[in-house]
Design a protein around this ligand. Structure first.
Ligand code: ADP
Ligand code: MG
Ligand code: ZN
Length: 624
């Protein structure tokens, strides 16, 4: 960010200023000392003490002045009038009580200035004043440093303030779902009255969650840009400073400043740096906890009707403190996922606008080759392509540059990230369609909202979003069977199509087994054990761990029955898939190509295949 750079520059300037001030202070103190002792050394000459005594004995001395542990004196030969102004000689003072007697005897007038002999005053002038000066200087410099480090005082909150981000939703390609959820916030910032009039409480905070480089920061800026409100951004890590209490005061100032600029958006990037769960980890981090507590109380404190929205971004939502996620704080969670094929095409188009291109650009081909890449990767690739074009002395980016750039970037990324191979993509596609098909055939409804096979950093390789069903609390035996069949259909599809099995189904298998086991041991749905409970739920606090309450012998018989159920369901799943193998192929092909398939599209394919089949059957019947 530009703000950071100017911060660095300021840092250097501050250092120079600091040095200059220190020198000035030193010079000042020296001068002060010089003037305090007042006597200009050049105008008087030093003599040895013994010489002074000699002179005294010889009666040469006219007047003596004690001052600052120094004896100033003047001789008789010199003009008397002159002496009053300046003595000509001086010598060190030696504590010798006999000296006074001698002076008396010699009839010398002697004297000591009143003010300078006051030791307390001397101390104040010589010690306390310079110390005070240093103290004031030190405080001044400290304040400057603290200010620069970003939090104390309003000026610094403004460092992070962008009046107009200049980014809109049009700059964020793909991510339609995320944009949809954020649009409401934009509307709210536009017209808070509309919502408050009806008594609606709007979210105070939204949390953008997703892998790095998917455009979280960009989205937050786009929200501010769309709503045309100021954008305060701060990185979570910059809250956590070396001084305990700094982060907290920074948060306080930020919110104070934001309130005066409402409506506005406060964006806290990498919020996990502050918001890490307070329970986890060894030992506390006082500073982080204080900062987090301050953030929590500020989020509770501000007046929602003013139109302030706090947006956080993180790629590790699982480490966040519970308190941050509860309603009234970051209660909205907006998933910003890696883009699918269409999304990648769109992102490429957005970034191609910034470079000059040949006419031969094939966005589709590029998108196909970048499965699993995030928006930042694509931005990077476009830049690499442009660099390559320059290297080869061309003026426009060609398709070949883009394809080269993909390899360059992916090769660098492959070790860190999961980029699926073509084969894996096929397996995952069939697996997911297997689940969907099983639901469709058993329930005769649209099975899913959406299936995608874009690799996720969090969780499985692909996923299926099921339609929200009517809420019900009781499940019949048949429904449980259906669910187990559905869970096993994923793996069954892999078996049927590829003849091999992969490790991708572990979670499905676990859940299916759990259900089958519950049927036998808890729900009284078994053939053999009738309504006998074989297991009971352990302590409710220990997360429903089951404990066997029957003999081991009965336990192993129950295991056998669980296995029976699983086998039965596995067979049913395979049968369903085999009977509808055309649908399986067609839907999987579509999914491999597009990476995303909606429930509607799935039903379209299914119905088309069915219609074809019945047509075939009918025509067969006619020919017979
Ligand atoms: P994150 O905050 O999620 O790590 P950023 O928002 O910082 O990611 O994205 C980094 C860069 O990647 C952006 O500046 C932009 O150039 C590019 N980018 C990421 N996602 C998109 C997208 N959906 N559309 C356009 N550009 C994107
Ligand atoms: Mg970011
Ligand atoms: Zn599965």
């Amino acid at each position: 960010m530009a703000g950071d750079k100017s911060g660095d520059g300021k840092n250097n300037k501050d250092k120079k200023l600091l040095i200059a001030l220190a020198i000035a202070a030193l010079v000042f103190t020296l001068c002060l000392n010089y003037f305090v002792s007042k006597k200009s050394m050049a105008e008087v000459s030093e003599v040895k003490y013994s010489e002074f005594i000699n002179m005294l004995d010889e009666g040469k001395i006219d007047e003596v002045k004690f001052e600052n542990s120094t004896i100033y004196f003047t001789l008789k030969e010199d003009g008397e009038s002159e002496f009053a102004a300046k003595p000509q000689y001086f010598t060190g003072y030696i504590n010798n009580p006999a000296l006074l007697e001698k002076l008396e005897e010699a009839g010398v007038t002697y004297d000591a200035p009143v003010s300078n002999t006051n030791p307390i005053l001397m101390m104040i002038v010589e010690l306390v004043v310079p110390m005070l000066i240093f103290y004031v200087l030190f405080m001044f410099v400290m304040r400057m440093y603290m200010n620069k480090m970003g939090g104390l005082g309003k000026n610094n909150a403004k460092l992070y303030l962008e009046k107009d981000t200049g980014v809109t939703f049009a700059d964020v390609a793909g991510e339609e779902e995320a944009k949809e959820s954020l649009r409401e916030i934009v509307d709210f910032l536009h017209r808070p009255e509309k919502y408050t009039a009806i008594g609606a409480k709007l979210p105070r905070g939204a949390l953008l969650v997703g892998p790095p480089g998917t455009g979280k920061t960009l989205l937050a800026k786009a929200v501010a840009g769309e709503a045309k409100v100021p954008f305060y951004s701060l990185s979570g890590s910059s809250f956590v400073e070396m001084f305990v209490g700094m982060g907290a005061s920074r948060v306080r100032d930020l919110f104070k400043d934001a309130v005066s600029h409402a409506p506005c958006i406060i964006f806290i990037d990498e919020i996990d740096a502050v918001g890490k769960s307070r329970e986890s980890g060894l030992g506390g981090n006082d500073e982080r906890e204080q900062t987090l507590n301050q953030l929590l109380s500020e989020m509770d404190g501000f007046d929602v009707t003013k139109g302030i929205v706090v947006i956080g971004a993180t790629n590790r939502p699982e480490v966040l403190d519970e308190a941050l996620l509860r309603p009234g704080r970051f209660d909205r969670r907006v998933v910003v996922d890696r883009p699918d094929l269409k999304g990648r095409e769109d992102i490429l188009k957005v970034h191609l606008k910034d470079v000059k291109t040949e006419d031969d650009i094939d966005v589709k081909q590029f998108a196909l080759g970048t499965s699993g890449c995030a928006g930042a990767d694509i931005a990077n690739m476009v830049n690499e392509a442009a660099l390559r074009a320059v290297r080869e002395g061309r003026e426009k980016v060609a398709q070949s540059d883009l394809m080269e750039a993909i390899e360059l970037v992916i090769a660098g990324k492959e070790k860190k990230d999961r980029i699926m191979t073509e084969k894996e993509k096929r397996i995952v596609a069939y697996h997911e369609v297997g689940h969907a098909l099983a639901i469709a055939m058993q329930k005769n409804t649209q099975p899913v909202q959406k299936i995608t096979i874009v690799p996720r950093t969090m969780g499985s390789l692909g996923y299926t979003i099921q339609m929200p069903e009517e809420e019900h609390y009781l499940m019949t035996k048949d429904e449980i069977y259906e669910q187990i069949v559905t869970l096993l259909a994923g793996r069954s599809a892999e078996e049927i199509i590829f003849g091999t099995v992969t490790t991708g189904a572990a979670n499905d298998i676990e859940r299916a087994t759990e259900m089958a086991r519950a049927m036998v041991t808890r729900f009284g749905m078994s053939e053999e054990f009738d309504m006998m409970a074989l297991e009971k739920e352990g302590s409710a606090y220990l997360n429903g761990r089951m404990s066997l309450i029957c003999s081991d012998d009965t336990g192993s018989k129950a295991d056998a029955e669980v296995l029976e159920i699983i086998k039965e369901c596995h067979k049913r799943a395979s049968d369903i898939l085999k009977q509808n193998i055309d649908v399986l192929h067609k839907a999987a092909d579509f999914l491999i190509e597009q990476e995303t398939i909606t429930g509607e599209k799935f039903m379209e394919i299914l119905n088309a295949v069915k219609a074809e089949q019945t047509a075939d059957e009918n025509s067969e019947a006619i020919t017979e």
